[in-house]
Design a protein around this ligand. Sequence first.
Ligand code: SF4
Ligand code: SF4
Length: 58
Amino acid sequence: MKVNRVKCMYCGGCVGVCPQNAMELKDTILSIDPVKCNNCGLCFKFCPAGALVREDGK
Ligand code: SF4
Ligand code: SF4
């Protein structure tokens, strides 16, 4: 999972949704730990801004 930093509104909602605790929001930078992320897609479904981009093409 990757974040589109132009679309992201820094709402932080996805951080709470992630079951892997892979996301961290610091000021206006959302980062996703690629080691922790298992591409479950929950944040992708949740994001109201469409700012999360799947890397597995699903
Ligand atoms: S839910 Fe979407 S808009 Fe909100 S912080 Fe996450 S990526 Fe950004
Ligand atoms: S795809 Fe799943 S594990 Fe990866 S950052 Fe999103 S919610 Fe977390």
